[in-house]
Write a protein that binds this ligand. Structure first.
Ligand SMILES: [Zn+2]
Length: 268
């Protein structure tokens, strides 16, 4: 059970949704990559009888990874004191500056999450995906939403006040909050969040990987990337098929027919 603590607005004005949630807890990729590399380093130090302070090597690498230029003096320390070449384990800038669609890197290839996000943005730009237009349809009434919510298994809360226009939000558990009339695009995006949280337990596919985003919105947050991919599966299937066929196929396999039928009906 996720505990709602603070309300975090993820969207800038004029964007789709906001999520109420604790800050996302991400596995720290820096630790993962460094501990892999450190294994080899320590092995080598042991082989050459250099008994060293492993913890200090780890700390130095942690510091340098924050900003290799700013902390370049520690790169020298690492080299001089432990004969460890920082740049032999650090390829982030190369990946960021030369994104290759034929060889997509994953989070563990980067020393920190910020670098991975920079890389994902460059991958997105390189795909040249046309800006996907929202469907222009009259807003959906809350009664209509309640009807499909019973079929799909989420709760609906109707806002008393007209606070955020036709926007909707999701509480990261099972409730979608909407105004009395909701924009269909925003609603489908939120159903995407609901689907993600309730049907994708432990699922780690391309549709929720930030290097497979179909819009620039929310890159850096796998939850938003998934909700956008889910929305685009319904409103722009042809773009998804041509630009991200692997995402289209994955969603096509994973989304149950019940969702497909009811959401497609909303768009009519
Ligand atoms: Zn969202």
């Amino acid at each position: 059970m996720k505990v709602m603590t603070n309300i975090r607005r993820l969207l800038k004005p004029n964007k789709i949704c906001y999520i109420q949630s604790p800050i996302f807890i991400k596995k720290n990729p820096m630790r993962v990559k460094i501990s892999e590399s450190i294994g080899n380093i320590i092995k080598r130090l042991n082989e050459t009888n250099q008994i060293s302070d492993n913890e200090e090597i780890q700390q130095l690498i942690d510091i340098i990874a924050l900003d290799p230029i700013k902390y370049s003096k520690y790169i020298k320390t690492l080299k001089n004191k432990y004969n460890v070449d920082f740049y032999s384990i650090y390829n982030d800038e190369e990946y960021i500056n030369n994104p290759n669609l034929e060889d997509i890197k994953n989070q563990n290839d980067f020393l920190n999450f910020d670098n991975y996000v920079k890389y994902a943005k460059n991958i997105f730009n390189k795909r040249h995906i046309p800006k996907i237009k929202h469907i222009n349809r009259k807003p959906i009434s809350s009664d209509e939403v309640k009807k499909i919510s019973e079929e799909l298994g989420f709760n609906v809360k109707v806002k008393d006040e007209f606070v955020n226009g036709y926007y909707a939000s999701f509480n990261m558990i099972d409730t979608i909050t909407i105004p009395s009339n909701v924009d269909v695009n925003f609603l489908i995006h939120e159903i995407g969040h609901f689907f993600d949280y309730n049907y994708s337990n432990g699922y780690d596919g391309v549709a929720n990987t930030i290097t497979f985003a179909s819009s620039s919105y929310g890159i850096g947050n796998r939850d938003e990337v998934f909700a956008e991919n889910f929305l685009h599966y319904f409103i722009a299937p042809d773009i998804l098929k041509s630009k991200l066929p692997i995402v289209y196929n994955e969603l096509n396999q994973r989304i149950p027919n019940k969702f497909k039928t009811l959401i497609t009906d909303l768009l009519k």
